[in-house]
Structures are given as C-alpha cells and as structure tokens.
Design a protein. Structure first.
Lengths: 189, 315
C-alpha cells in the first residue's frame, strides 16, 4: 500500500459554501433519483473499481476508497471528500458535446470520472447545504466539486471545460450504512 | 512526469530469461484486455513504498490480454529491480501504470536501424515485431557480453530472422558505431542501452550527417524527488522588479502570497495545475506532475517547484 495518513475531512455543513447555502431559501424538493454506480480506488491515480455494494462510514468515507484510507491525491489537504457524486445527465451531455465546448463528444465512463457515486435524477448543484438520503445512508452536501487538470492528465482527454459547473457534489456522511446500485435517492431538507 | 492511471495487475508468470533478467507476464484481474500500447512504450512499475521505475513493454504491441516485461537486476540501482527480483511471485500483484510512449517508431521511414545494448533490447524488440509485421526494412544490432546473457535472444531471433545481427563480446565481436555509416534518405536510427553505447551511436550518426529528427534514443531517468533537497532561491517579479527570497523551508507560492500577490491554487501538491505561471531567466527545478515536458521551458508550478539561485516570474 502507498503511504497513508489519518484522513482529515471537513464536515459537509462546516464548509463555507454549505454554511452560506444553508441559511438561504433554496435547494430542490419533490425529486426522486437513483444510484447507478459505486466506484472506489485504493489510492491516488489508481483505476476505479466498481462495487455492487459499499459501506459508508460517517466522518470517514466509503470503505476501501482513497479518501477513507487517506491515500487520495488531495488527502493531505482537509476538505469535504468523504463521498463524491456526479450526475449521469452531465456525462450524457458530454457524450452529446452539449454545449459544444470541445472538438467533439467525450465519452466519460463511470469508472473514469473518479467520483464515487454516479446518480440519475438528482439535482446535485442544488444540494449544497442540504441533506439527502441514498438508500439507508444520509449525506450532507458540502460544496460543488470542481474539475481539475489532474483528471485531464490521467484521462488524456480535455474534460476540464465541459465539466465546469457540473462536476458533481462533495459530501460528508451524516449517517452511515450500506448502499447498492439501484438505491433510491431522496431529499431530506 | 505526468499523471497516469495505476492498475493492480496479476503476475501470471515469471521466469528467469537470463541469470540477470526476470521476465514477467502480467494480466488484469478483472478485465479481458489491457490498455493498448504502441511499440517503444513504457510503463511505470510502482513498489508498495511508492518507488517507481520505468520499464519498456517488450511483447506484441496493440491491445493484448497480457503484457511482457523484462527486468534486469541492477545491483547499483535504487533497489527497484532488486525488490522485483526478490519479492514478485506468480499469482501475486504488481502496481503498473497505463503505458506511455516517448520512443515511437517513425512513420513512413524507408529503413530502420535498431541498436540494442543488453536490456535495452526491450523496446526495440517491440518495434521489430511491428516492423516485421508491416514488412518494413530494418536491422536489429544486438550487443551483449555473451549469448547466454543477451535478454530475449530467442524471441529476437524468431522475430527478426536474418535481420538480427548479434555482437557478443565473448565471441570477439564488438559493435563499432562506425558501422552506422553516413546518412541515408528516409532511414531512422534508434538506440537503447547503456549511455556509453547510445552516445557513441548518436555521435557517429551526427558526424555522418544524420538529421536530428531521424535519431531516436531513450534514457530512463530516476525520479529526482527521492533525494531532492530544497535550497533557498530568489524570485524577481517581471512587472515591478521586486525581489523575494524563498527560504528552503517555504514554497514559492507561499512567498508570493505573502508579498501580496493574488495567486490561484487548489491542490498545492503540484498536481492540479491551478497555480502555474510563466517564467524566464532562470533554471527551474520542476517537481510537479502536471506540466508537460514541452511547457517546462517557460512555465512552472510554484506550489512545489523551485529554482536554482534565482528566477524571474512573469507576474
């Protein structure tokens, strides 16, 4: 195993973005989404591995994942990274080259985008500062994910610009448990 | 070095190719095929403690079920090959990166001259496979102390036939770089092996009028990080001429911020590229993993990279 450190996470609602969002009206209600895929990687740069079920631990992350183990690229820098999510709708848009920001469509497979959970029907950008449930697990939206040049390097694909503002959501775990693809996702606040 | 996906591959087989060279066959534990590679490509092999070393892929290029690596035990090296020789077991795991090619076969060449010294045969054997399959004209000169110590010799013979010319010292045959001869139109020359051999080959070729773009050599360099010792240096700001001292225990980014410059950053680990800036007039010690080699002449990553004595930043 590569070097690991005791991971430090910022609790979702302690992040400045969530603190501000939680104090204003907003969020999104009346939706119902689905968990499509779960992926983890044991350490920075390691390929993602699909799971048919995963254990979420409050304050730590997904068992076996780099941000649970403290071996992630950004583990040395405390942040909200216990669980990351991305919308299948954003990946579908990339594959249609919508909007046309690059030379052509980009196929970003669920094991390539390096977020833990691929979801459908979940308005992630409206969930900063909000609680929601994935099956039996309760997550807190901490801040929007931001695309990184590192991902472009890893994939050899110009994904930075087309993922801008739809790169997903970084969450902390309020209540842990076991999740599986097919689990229903619902708003709580 | 730039970022690459790392895979945990299964060691399907290992065998002694020569007394010094271990041959590994690697397979993905969950996927039927490994990522495609082109002849001349290498992978990073990474040890559990994080040390990495580059090894050329010597099997059939393309999208394959298995990869072949030939690893020479280097007793004077940093210990990666010694670890691999001692610790790798059949059925075990090995951490290997996705392939990258800095030593590709030239397209549209009339003839290819390949010069291998010892374990340097690994990328050239992959090239010979492709050239033989395409029916392109080539010769592989293979230098070693003896046939018994020449790695992958049986395969090189099978692939190349009479296009293989061996130079084994114990047979009294020593390769003379003068054999390279004067430049020929459309011919490309590739050298891989001990620096003494590759330098002699390149020197003779240049003296013979070979064009630089027809000469190809590969040197693997140790990752400089392990023994890196930070030294103080001075930054000059191009816009104002202001000079800032960066002490050994602080990053350039920290010092720039302290001086009131608004520097974007994200990872502060040399990975995300958010803080990249332009420089001139200085020798930069690049320690990031994001800037492509071509950009390092004029751009640096101040969160981790430093300079020797001084550098002027376009800020």
């Amino acid at each position: 195993m590569p070097d690991t450190a005791v991971p430090t996470h910022i609790e979702g609602f302690e992040h400045p973005a969530a603190r501000i969002a939680a104090e204003v009206e907003g969020g999104a209600r009346g939706w119902k989404g689905e968990l499509l895929h779960i992926h983890i990687a044991e350490a920075a740069s390691f390929e993602m591995e699909a799971l048919s079920e995963a254990t979420c631990v409050a304050g730590r992350g997904i068992e076996g994942d780099r941000y649970f183990l403290g071996s992630g690229t950004y583990s040395p820098k405390p942040d909200v990274r216990e669980v990351t999510l991305i919308e299948q709708e954003a990946l579908d848009a990339l594959s249609r080259n919508d909007p046309p920001l690059q030379d052509g469509p980009i196929t970003l497979k669920p094991e390539e985008h390096r977020r833990n959970l691929t979801v459908r029907g979940v308005p992630l950008n409206h969930l900063v500062g909000r609680r929601f449930q994935v099956g039996e697990v309760i997550l807190r939206g901490g801040r929007l994910n931001f695309p990184c040049k590192y991902l472009e390097e890893l994939l050899g694909s110009p994904v930075f610009l087309p993922l801008y503002n739809r790169s997903g959501l970084n969450c902390s775990i309020e209540h842990g448990g076991v999740i599986r693809p097919g689990d229903i996702i619902l708003p709580l606040d | 070095m730039t970022a690459r996906i790392i895979m945990r591959l299964r060691v399907e087989a290992l065998e002694a190719d020569t007394p010094e060279v271990l041959r590994l066959t690697l397979r993905h534990p969950r996927r039927p095929l490994l990522p495609a590679f082109t002849a001349g490509a290498h992978v990073d092999v990474r040890l559990p403690d994080g040390r990495t070393r580059q090894y050329s892929l010597c099997g059939e290029p393309g999208e394959a079920e298995t990869w072949q690596l030939a690893i020479k035990r280097e007793d004077a090296g940093r210990g990666v090959s010694r670890w691999l020789h001692g610790e790798v077991t059949a059925g075990g795991d090995l951490m290997v990166s996705a392939p990258r090619n800095n030593f590709p076969v030239a397209e549209g060449a009339g003839r290819h001259v390949l010069v291998a010294g010892g374990i340097g045969v690994t990328p050239l054997l992959a090239m010979a496979r492709v050239l033989a399959a395409r029916g392109e004209a080539f010769t592989l000169h293979f230098c070693a102390r003896s046939a018994a110590l020449a790695p992958l010799l049986a395969e090189a013979r099978a692939v190349c036939g009479d296009r293989l010319v061996t130079w084994f010292a114990d047979e009294g045959r020593r390769f003379d770089a003068a054999l390279i001869g004067p430049a020929e139109a459309g011919a490309h020359l590739y050298a891989c092996g001990p620096e003494r051999l590759t330098e002699a080959v390149l020197d003779h070729a240049r003296a013979g009028g070979w064009a630089e773009e027809n000469l190809h050599a590969e040197h693997f360099q140790a990752t400089p990080d392990e023994n890196f010792k930070a030294e103080p240096f001075e930054i000059t700001l191009a816009s104002t001429g202001q000079r800032l001292l960066v002490p050994a225990d602080r990053s350039a980014l920290e010092v720039l911020r302290e001086a009131g410059l608004s520097m974007p950053s994200s990872c502060e680990l040399g990975i995300c590229g958010a803080c990249i800036c332009e420089y001139r007039d200085g020798i930069v010690l690049h320690r990031d993993k994001v800037l492509p080699v071509a950009a390092r002449q004029h751009r640096m990553t101040p969160c981790v990279s430093r300079a020797r004595v001084g550098v002027t930043l376009e800020l």
